[in-house]
Design a protein around this ligand. Sequence first.
Ligand SMILES: *[C@@H]1O[C@H](CO)[C@@H](O)[C@H](O)[C@H]1NC(C)=O
Ligand SMILES: *[C@@H]1O[C@H](CO)[C@@H](O)[C@H](O)[C@H]1NC(C)=O
Ligand SMILES: *[C@@H]1O[C@H](CO)[C@@H](O)[C@H](O)[C@H]1NC(C)=O
Length: 230
Amino acid sequence: MALLSYSLPSILLIVATSLHATNAVEYVVSNTVPNTEGGAIFRDKLGQDYARQTMASASEFIWQTLRQPNEADRKPIARVTLVVENFEGIAYTINSSEIHVSANSYIRNIKGDIKTDFNGVLYHEMTHVWQWDGKRQGHAPNVTEGVADFVRLRANYAPPTWPPRGSGQFWHEGYAVTAYFLDYCEGLKNGFVADLNMKMKDGYNDSFFMELLGKPVDQLWSEYKARYGN
Ligand SMILES: *[C@@H]1O[C@H](CO)[C@@H](O)[C@H](O)[C@H]1NC(C)=O
Ligand SMILES: *[C@@H]1O[C@H](CO)[C@@H](O)[C@H](O)[C@H]1NC(C)=O
Ligand SMILES: *[C@@H]1O[C@H](CO)[C@@H](O)[C@H](O)[C@H]1NC(C)=O
């Protein structure tokens, strides 16, 4: 009896651990400036646990939006790191899985609800972690910024500072301008952004729009601009 009561839980533990190990991504948060104004705001109003949870829920949302339900479809990333530190700017992602967020020039200056704004920035940066970069060919860099803001938009974290839907001179301006255009394209064909991202695994060509939607990207942009009255 004693043997059974000890061995059964340990077998369950081994099974649970090995199941977990197949798809667990580790999220690590490091606040390197807790004794500065912005770092203290991060510590008191957001915190490491909250940031870690947001990184995990952002990943789930991105995998769903970009239609990468299986680990095999994704970039092989086992750990994502978030570093809070002081620098000029808001946030950036390097080495595909290392996010840096500025305490002094971003967190310290957030207006409005701090969690909503922070989540929006994190969803954008987490998209850079998981999306394909089209090998940075042609307009790929600005398209990736558009996809990252498209995810932010779809997650309902578009900030009030964004230019309105329909604005912009070129579809490849990046960020919100491209995000709203991609949102229009997504309306023409459900799953368009996920397909576009998938094609960007091996490179990038503007003809992807034609291949997926049957019209050249410049025509789509003209029709989008006409629809929003400018
Ligand atoms: C990026 O990764 C490379 C290789 O792992 C490493 O040598 C480099 O220090 C990293 N860069 C930063 C800024 O962390
Ligand atoms: C890429 O985006 C930046 C920032 O929005 C913009 O200044 C630049 O002109 C864009 N490049 C192209 C080719 O549209
Ligand atoms: C992009 O695709 C078009 C149409 O398939 C092709 O003619 C063109 O050579 C491609 N451009 C690049 C840079 O690969």
